[in-house]
Design a protein around this ligand. Structure first.
Ligand code: AMP
Length: 284
């Protein structure tokens, strides 16, 4: 496994891989790796000849400086983990390598970027879309792997991939959870054991709504209320939003009927921002 820091090196490498007619599977991450990331890496390993994982805590997607500074970073341990999963290359550039002096070009996906997660984190999806575009241009992956946990990010990435004409298939993997049901996240490390246990209320709330849906409830307002009330029963949780949206447009819907929909939740839990979602009428 080779660790690469330079844009020029990853660019020439990906050109060489393509010349050899090998497929590239790419997993973008911000490090602090956990089983959620690993599920993407394993899938990439299965579906592609060459696996590239990027580790880059992308400053432009953080609207909160403190959140950026506090974000867990441990490249040595991440690299050790990736070497166990037969990753071929780790691209771990520093900030200046990506955002050089006078950097001023950003990618903005209209419509999807300023609602829900984007409304709570202004500029976040512009940062995501920009870094994904830069990385896709450098690596030109055949397949890129993203987690369902960040559902709105998936919608943004799929949109920009189509709009900008990248020849990359976006593959979405299910959310990996702790035994309690809490979605794995690098941010969970900021919770103590008891808080982590109690944060499972988010998934329990989503599962309650899913049960009601399975029993025939199709009214979004009713389902949303089930989620809200369950989460509100936990004093450590402060809801940012609960929303039921069409999975592609992310527009809120009132009756679910038979389209694919998502119940999205963002909660400030003991000072840590946690997001989660479940898919209704999954077409996958
Ligand atoms: P991050 O390092 O948080 O930027 O995440 C990198 C990738 O891993 C993104 O595509 C995330 O959606 C995905 N990911 C993060 N947590 C999970 C999880 N619990 N299950 C599945 N994928 C995840």
């Amino acid at each position: 496994m080779e660790i690469i820091n330079r844009r020029a090196r990853i660019l020439s490498l990906s050109r060489k891989i393509r010349r050899e007619n090998k497929t590239i599977g790419f997993v973008p991450t911000m490090g602090a790796l956990h089983q959620g990331h690993i599920s993407l890496v394993k899938q990439a390993r299965q579906s592609s000849d060459v696996v590239i994982v990027s580790i880059f805590v992308n400053p432009t997607q953080f609207n909160d400086k403190e959140d950026f500074q506090k974000y867990p970073r441990d490249l040595t341990s991440d690299v050790a983990i990736l070497s166990e999963y037969q990753v071929d290359y780790v691209f771990a550039p520093d900030e200046k390598e990506i955002y050089g002096e006078k950097f001023s070009t950003y990618v903005y996906v209209e419509g999807l970027s300023d609602i829900l997660e984007g409304a709570s984190r202004p500029g976040h999806f512009r940062g995501v879309a920009t870094i994904v575009t830069i990385l896709f241009n450098l690596i030109r992956p055949d397949f890129a792997f993203f987690g369902q946990k960040d559902a709105q990010q998936v919608a943004v990435v799929k949109r920009l991939t189509k709009d900008l004409g990248f020849d990359t298939e976006i593959i979405v993997m299910p959310t990996v959870r702790e035994p309690s049901g809490l979605a794995m996240s690098s941010r969970n490390s900021r919770l103590n054991d008891e808080q982590r246990q109690r944060a499972a209320v988010i998934y329990q709330a989503l599962k309650q709504a899913e049960k009601a849906f399975e029993k025939g409830e199709r009214n979004a307002h009713t389902l949303e209320k089930i989620v809200r009330e369950k989460i509100q029963s936990e004093p450590l949780a402060a809801i940012d939003y609960v929303a039921i949206v069409d999975s592609e447009s992310f527009q809120q819907i009132s009756e679910i009927e038979d389209r694919e929909a998502l119940i999205l939740v963002a909660v400030n839990f003991a000072g840590v921002r946690l997001i989660d979602n479940i898919v209704l009428n999954s077409r996958q």
